[in-house]
Design a protein around this ligand. Sequence first.
Ligand SMILES: NC(=O)c1ccc[n+]([C@@H]2O[C@H](COP(=O)([O-])OP(=O)(O)OC[C@H]3O[C@@H](n4cnc5c(N)ncnc54)[C@H](O)[C@@H]3O)[C@@H](O)[C@H]2O)c1
Length: 287
Amino acid sequence: MTTTDAQYRVAVIGAGGKMGMRVSNNLVTTDHVVAYVENSPTGQQRTIDAGRELTDAGTAVSDADIVVFAVPDLALQAVTADLVPRMKPGAIALTLDPAAAYAGLLTDRDDVIRAVAHPCHPSIFLERTTPEEYADTFGGIAAPQDAIAAIESDDPAKKDIVEATVRAIYAPVLDVHFVTIKQLAQLEPTLVETVACMIGALLNEALHETVHTMGVPEPAARSILYGHTQVALANGLRGDNPFSDACLIAMDYGRESIIKNDWKKIFRDDELDRNLARMLHLDHIER
Ligand SMILES: NC(=O)c1ccc[n+]([C@@H]2O[C@H](COP(=O)([O-])OP(=O)(O)OC[C@H]3O[C@@H](n4cnc5c(N)ncnc54)[C@H](O)[C@@H]3O)[C@@H](O)[C@H]2O)c1
C-alpha cells in the first residue's frame, strides 16, 4: 500500500505485549500503514485475536518511517542490534522508556534518528466528565494525558513524525513536552518511579500495617487514607489549602522517622547511573 503525505509507515515491534497492544489499539484508528511484529506465541495470538496481521521483522522495519520498539527494556539491546541495521536511511527508532537509550545500550546509526517517548498518564487533577475517563487511570483510552518525548535530530519533519506518532499511540494527548533523553531519564525513573511510585507502594504498606498490625477496620482505614491522599497531594503539589499546625508537626515526625537525610542524592548523575544499572541488570553504566 502506498502512503500519502499525511500518512507514514509504522512498525510496532513487540505488538502483543502490554505497551504493544496499547499502542496498536490506537494506531489502528489512524490512517497510517502499520506493520505488527511479535515473536512470542502468546503475543502473536493476542495480536491475531485483536484482528491484526503479523509481519516478519525484516519486512516491517525495512520500509518503516518510524519503528516503535515496544519490547522489554532488557531486550532492547539485542533487538535494536538486530533491527536498526535493517531500517531505511532517515527512519526513526522510537523506544518507549529512556533507560536503555540513556545507558547507551541501543544500536545507533548516523542515518537513523533516535527518539524516546513516555506517557505522563492522566493527571490526578484532570477534570474527568465521563465514566470512561474515570476508569482510564493509565491513559491511552479515554482520559487525556500529556506525553514526554525526546528526539536526537533538528529536522522539523522528523520531529513532526515523532509528535504525530506520540499523539496517536498515547491518545488522547493534550501536550507533548520535548526534553533531552537525559532529562527524560531524570523524570522516569528518578522523579516518578523512584519517588512517586515508591510512595504509592509505601501508602499501601502503611494501610496494611494500620489494618493488620494496629487492627483498625479496613473500610475505615481505606476511606480516610483515600481522602487524605487527595488532600495531601492537592495541598502538597498545588497549595490548595494550608496543612493545619498539628498536621505540620505530625508531618515533621514522619519525615524524621521515614526519610533519610541524604535522600536528595537520587538527583545526582552518578546515582541516576546506579539506579539505571540496577534496572537494566548491569554492573555499571558505561559512558
Ligand atoms: N508496561 C508499562 O506500563 C509501560 C509503560 C510505559 C512504557 N513502557 C515501556 O514499553 C516497553 C515495553 O514494555 P512492556 O511492559 O509492554 O513489555 P511486555 O513484556 O509486556 O511486552 C513486550 C513484548 O515484546 C515481545 N518481544 C520481545 N522480543 C521481541 C522481538 N525480538 N521481536 C518481536 N517481539 C518481541 C514480547 O514477546 C512481548 O510480547 C518497555 O520499554 C517499557 O519500559 C512500559
